[in-house]
Design a protein around this ligand. Structure first.
Ligand SMILES: [Mg+2]
Length: 177
């Protein structure tokens, strides 16, 4: 475990779920979470899609009714993120430069919660998960909506799969102990 050290563990999510819709009230209570920092592309919807599907809409309104504070944090442009966030009535930070801390720090301040009560949710370990871990947030990796992606993202996905294989082996070892 020590051999893997800091560099890989910063990429490891605290939880892996299929979709945001799997983030239930019970799951959040169990982990003492009261706020969510949400990625947009391939987390809430497909890349650059201005719409979200019914299940995600329903999930957003349920978590909001549960009193969960939510904010969007995206590396995409304000032109993409603002209309999307406004349609969902969520605050947002665009051009977030994840995995840098600055965007997360803004989002954390606006949620008004301690980092230990916030989960960062996203589909990419090198941005969403690394940034969340750096800021002491609980991190949740979801499966990407869309696998029809450009060459650069496909390369990142291949690297992500390699890291996640090691992560799953480590979790399997930890379960045996
Ligand atoms: Mg994404």
């Amino acid at each position: 475990m020590a051999k893997e050290g800091f560099f890989l563990s910063i990429l490891y999510p605290d939880a892996r779920l299929f979709r945001v819709t799997a983030i239930t009230k019970e799951f959040l209570e169990q982990h003492g979470l009261r706020g969510l920092i949400l990625d947009v592309d391939n987390t809430l919807t497909t890349h650059n899609n201005p719409q979200v599907d019914e299940q995600v809409l329903e999930w957003l309104s349920r978590r909001s009714a549960d009193g969960i504070a939510m904010i969007i944090l995206s590396n995409n442009s304000p032109e993409r993120v603002q209309p999307f966030a406004e349609a969902l009535k969520l605050p947002f930070v665009a051009n977030a430069l994840k995995p840098r801390r600055t965007g997360y720090e803004q989002a954390i301040r606006r949620l008004g919660l301690p980092p230990g009560q916030i989960a960062a949710v996203g589909d990419q370990i090198f941005t969403d998960i690394a940034g969340g871990n750096r800021c002491g947030l609980y991190t949740i990796l979801v499966e990407p909506f869309d696998t029809n992606e450009n060459a650069f993202i496909r390369l990142k996905r291949a690297a992500q799969r390699r890291v996640l294989r090691r992560y799953e082996r480590r979790r399997a070892r930890e379960k045996q102990v």
